[in-house]
Design a protein around this ligand. Structure first.
Ligand code: ZN
Length: 199
């Protein structure tokens, strides 16, 4: 089976005041990562710049993905209830044509020998980086009965059939790459700790 990683090519600056409040409430002061439980609900964001035409985007920091509503509509029949849809504001105005999306249940992108990881002494979160894209894969054992996932690296992972809904040349600012599905992990971890943080 072929799976595809669909992600944004671009990022969007946060509103400074919103970012300060968000980080104070939802990030670990030591490792700066957003606490994992925060992704179990819809997140509203405030951006400083206009997101423009890109189909997918990411408020960076703190790395919250958002998407154009017309692009999200391509997948509305496969969105499960554990994918949470929030709002995007700019200078106090709701940007109607964009939504954030997030989930605590993500398909974990794994790496090979050269992965980086550390455990935060403050929040006990496990920060794992699978390295360069060319090393990425997902494990067949982590696939559940669905065709559409939120990726641990941001963006989506989906089947070939769903990917074919994305008309070539129509959508700007996204990158689509085939991601291998492997039987065995190549990063030295049989299983990643459940305290895994998302970046
Ligand atoms: Zn931490």
């Amino acid at each position: 089976m072929n799976m595809y990683h669909v992600d944004t090519k671009t990022t969007c600056d946060p509103d400074d005041k919103w970012l300060m409040e968000f980080e104070e409430k939802y990030s670990c002061p030591e490792c700066r990562m957003v606490f994992r439980h925060v992704f179990s609900q819809a997140i509203d964001v405030a951006v400083d710049e206009h997101p423009g035409v890109a189909a997918m985007n990411c408020v960076t920091p703190p790395f919250v993905d958002f998407i154009r509503c017309d692009f999200l509509d391509l997948f509305k029949d496969v969105l499960k209830e554990d994918i949470h849809i929030g709002r995007v504001f700019r200078h106090g105005q709701l940007l109607e044509q964009y939504r954030t999306f997030t989930s605590e249940n993500r398909l974990i992108v794994r790496g090979r020998e050269n992965v980086h990881w550390r455990k935060c002494p403050a929040c006990r979160g496990f920060v794992y980086s699978p390295g360069d894209f060319c090393n990425w894969y997902v494990l067949s054992s982590s696939l559940i009965e669905r065709d559409f996932y939120i990726s641990s690296k941001g963006g989506f992972i989906m089947t070939e059939e769903l990917r074919s809904r994305i008309e070539k040349g129509k959508w700007k600012g996204i990158i689509i790459e085939k991601i291998p599905v492997l039987e065995k992990p190549l990063d030295g971890f049989d299983q990643l700790p459940k305290e895994l943080m998302f970046l």
